[in-house]
Ligand binder design. Structure first.
Ligand code: UD1
Length: 417
């Protein structure tokens, strides 16, 4: 298992560019299964999860060709409606393919999905949604088998605005006769991106980005398109918080202000100047930061759960006390005991972490246990005294491509071995 070794203490400086969003690319790859014309996706990031999703498309009979940073997808000869356990278990987004496979074949068999172990992560809302489209579902032996021969549009009322369920139902409805309405759906920018991607091909999806999405089923997606998915707001946030922690002066390119409002609101009173123009954020930090008194994760437009761990790392070295509440996932504080090994003063009770900022963290050997928690440990290493080793770097690869280069290019002393 590879690891990161970081020598802390360098102020970050220079320019970084945000790569495309993992959480946009994954459902878009699933959506590509609906079209038998070629699709070209631009600025393809080489995150492990994106490459795994390509394996899923290939396993279903699709072709994917990654040349430079352009990904060509050809799903004209799909020949399977099954995602086996060995593929589904390594990536949660395999579940999005269920809706698309149903759209194409009117049947699907998908093994239960894997992904980060940050909570129970049930799929009941996905299945409830598909049932509302008249899909018959048998859940047996670790596989979800769907019969969609009698699929038709329907009304889905989500109990919670689940991102994955919204995307899955949208994908299932695109080629399904009649009108589908998803009420209390998720409003994340990645949902809007997926709808734009599908509409460019001929789908009829209205209302993405609001809490009701309406889909008029079409017979076929007819257009071959080129598409550039949105930049990754979580990587943008990781960079901004790392800049705040380490001090210094950085520029972040492809920083979409409208996707990061909750984060910007939280950091607006920090001792720094932030200036955003034409999707370039300029950050100049002045000294140690004051703690942000309260942060609660919420569905978009609230503060993203995918930035909670990085925010905990940032608050660990701030002046004062911060209360951080994780409302989305039950067990998403696995980075905390590791940060404590580095001298952080954090206590967790249920879904609440109380972070008492310390002046210094100390290098230690720590274990990444999930994607964003792993990134948070690397961030802590950037400011810690001495050397930090972050084991299990593969967790981080799921959503960051060569994190050592991202931080290394900003002057951090980080290597991967
Ligand atoms: C997506 C993101 C993930 C992010 C999360 C929340 C992708 C590939 N992943 O995950 O990075 O952390 O949104 O912003 O886009 N739930 C149910 N039943 C369901 C589905 C979800 O109870 O059928 C619950 C989950 O357990 C969780 C909450 O709803 O507590 C939010 O989950 P959801 O929005 O579905 O997250 P994902 O789509 O898995």
């Amino acid at each position: 298992m590879e690891k990161y070794i970081i020598k802390g203490g360098k102020k970050l400086s220079g320019t970084a560019c945000v790569t495309s969003a993992k959480n946009a690319y994954l459902p878009i790859l699933a959506g590509s299964l609906l079209n038998d014309n070629k699709i070209l996706l631009k600025k393809c990031p080489k995150y492990a999860d994106v490459l795994k999703m390509c394996d899923i498309v290939e396993n279903l009979g699709g072709k994917t060709l990654l040349e430079g940073n352009e990904l060509e997808i050809d799903c004209s000869n799909l020949n399977s409606y099954i995602i086996p356990h060995d593929l589904a278990s390594v990536i949660r987004s395999s579940i999005f393919s269920l809706g698309s496979i149903l759209g194409r074949f009117k049947k699907a068999k998908v093994a239960y999905p894997g992904g980060c172990e940050i909570g129970a992560r049930p799929i009941d809302l996905h299945l409830k949604g598909l049932k509302a489209l008249n899909v018959k579902i048998v859940d047996k032996h670790g596989y979800i088998s769907c019969d969609g021969r009698n699929m038709k549009g329907g009304v889905v009322n989500l109990d919670f605005p689940s991102v994955g369920a919204t995307e899955n139902i949208m994908l299932a409805a695109v080629l399904t006769k009649g009108e589908t309405k998803i009420i209390n759906c998720a409003k994340e920018p990645e949902i809007v991106d997926l709808a734009n991607f599908l509409n460019m091909q001929g789908a009829k999806i209205y209302g993405a980005g609001t809490s009701v999405i309406r889909i008029e089923g079409v017979k076929k997606l007819t257009n071959s398109i080129e598409y550039e998915p949105i930049p990754d707001r979580i990587i943008a946030g990781t960079l901004l918080l790392s800049g705040l922690m380490t001090g210094g002066e950085i520029q972040i390119k492809r920083f979409k202000q409208e996707h990061n409002m909750a984060l910007l609101e939280k950091v607006k009173n920090s001792s720094c100047t932030i200036c955003i123009k034409d999707d370039i954020l300029h950050l100049k930090v002045e000294g140690r930061q004051k703690a942000i008194s309260k942060i609660e994760t919420m569905p978009f437009p609230g503060f993203p759960t995918d930035l909670q761990a990085q925010m905990v790392a940032c608050q660990a070295v701030s002046k004062g006390t911060s209360i951080i509440v994780e409302n989305l996932f039950e067990t998403r504080f696995k980075h905390v005991p590791e940060l404590v090994k580095m001298g952080a003063k954090i206590t967790v009770s249920g879904r609440t972490a109380v972070v008492r900022g310390v002046e210094k963290l100390y290098g230690a050997e720590v274990n990444a246990q999930d994607l964003r928690g792993g990134a948070a440990l690397v961030m802590a290493g950037l400011v810690a005294e001495g050397y930090t080793t972050v084991n299990n770097a593969n967790h981080i690869d799921r959503g960051y491509y060569k994190l050592e280069n991202l931080f290394g290019n900003l002057g951090a002393e980080i290597e991967r071995i």
